[in-house]
Ligand binder design. Sequence first.
Ligand code: GLC
Length: 483
Amino acid sequence: MKIAMVSSECEPFAKTGGLADVVDALARALGELGHEVDVYLPRYRGVDPPGPAQRMRVVLPAAESVDLLSARARGYRLRLVDHPRSFDRAGFYGEGGTDYPDNGARFAVLGRAALEAIRAEGGGVALLHGHDWQAGPAVLLRDLCYGTDPVLAGMATLVTCHNLAYHGWVPRERVGSLGLPATVGAPDGVDLLREAVARADIVNTVSPTYARESRTPEYGAGLDDILRARGDTYLGILNGIDPRLWDPATDDALPQRYSIDDPTGKAVCRSDLAGRLGLDLRAEDGGMPLFGMVGRLDPQKGFDLLTGAAEAMLADGARLVIIGTGDDRLVRGLREIGARWPRRLAILERFDRDEARRIYAGSDLLLMPSRFEPCGQSQMIALRYGTIPLVRHTGGLADTVVDADADPARGNGFVFGPAEPAALVAAARRAIAAYRDTARWGALVRRAMACDFSWSASAPRYVEAYDRALTIRRRRSGGGPAA
Ligand code: GLC
């Protein structure tokens, strides 16, 4: 099958979060299953094709032309949409904490360029797979502007919601810049994610639990009505990770590599990390675990819960290292706590791929107290690195982490329920107690490292979803059996 993905991020070319890893790894996994995948990505500042590129000019209806740079990436074709006015900027989505006001129009250029390229090349693309609101314009444009186009009309659409918190809101006075009919959306503007979710042949999110949760007002971010209305055309498909990209046995960033058969290097990674960060790991009372946290400093990730819990956790003896960038207000409280516990808490406010890998490897536990988590990938990486996840029971975390006290035979982590600091502190105490039982901890680490979250289970589920989208599309365009 020929698939066109439209995404605002793709690792290693452009990344702010898990979306980038998922697009790259899924495209590759589909390639390995024999499918042909094109990934359409904006050519942001500093992004170059991974190898010799073919340049193609596509003319957009507004008489603007855009260059498309196509090159083989690892297992798929990367197509960079080169439109400097839209994408040659300091940020992907904004600067200094403020979104670019023309984001809708910028991602409409991405979508338009993809559709025009598919059309110019005479079709063959069975399915358009859009990721998050940034792919909304592609889906809307196809329906509203190319709905009778002989090449594009039969193409099925699938939209993956990686995060319902971002909708891509375009106020009415800017709707004209999307190139869509003036009547689209609500009177005051267009919610690009809502429109895309309403229109796509199939919609999915990235874990079964989040698919259930997001149908409720508490988690649906204002889209629960429409997600419920989709019935069985809204699916939950768990993300995977690429076990070759995340492997402590081959990871060049680590001071010493290790594996399930020879885990000694993990202790070296741990003391290297603590030493460099000035954390004191002296074993008083039988040893204290090092908790790591990797990710966007975003309310979603539960940083406020952590701020409420950190003082008690550190007083209990926990050591904590945090790496990430994002909302400055969220880290201020933690920085103040860090000033009181300089030998127990380290905060690295930067984006650093290699240091993040050393934290996955060198920590004993990985914290993910997320308020909501469509899938989450850090917990899967942590397991692979023998680092025990401590998570809140929500979304993909609930689908991948089993509490070791509640289910000693299958447990691979620690899980708490209420979104309250006290619940996090209590789970951390359970984890500290387990850590001090050396035999139990060793068994837990081995069980963690044996977990398999590769794409081999999930990529075929996307293929099934694509097939269903094609069936639905054929019915909609009158070419197949009636529903
Ligand atoms: C978003 C979600 C995260 C998910 C990722 C990839 O970043 O917040 O839970 O793992 O997308 O799907």
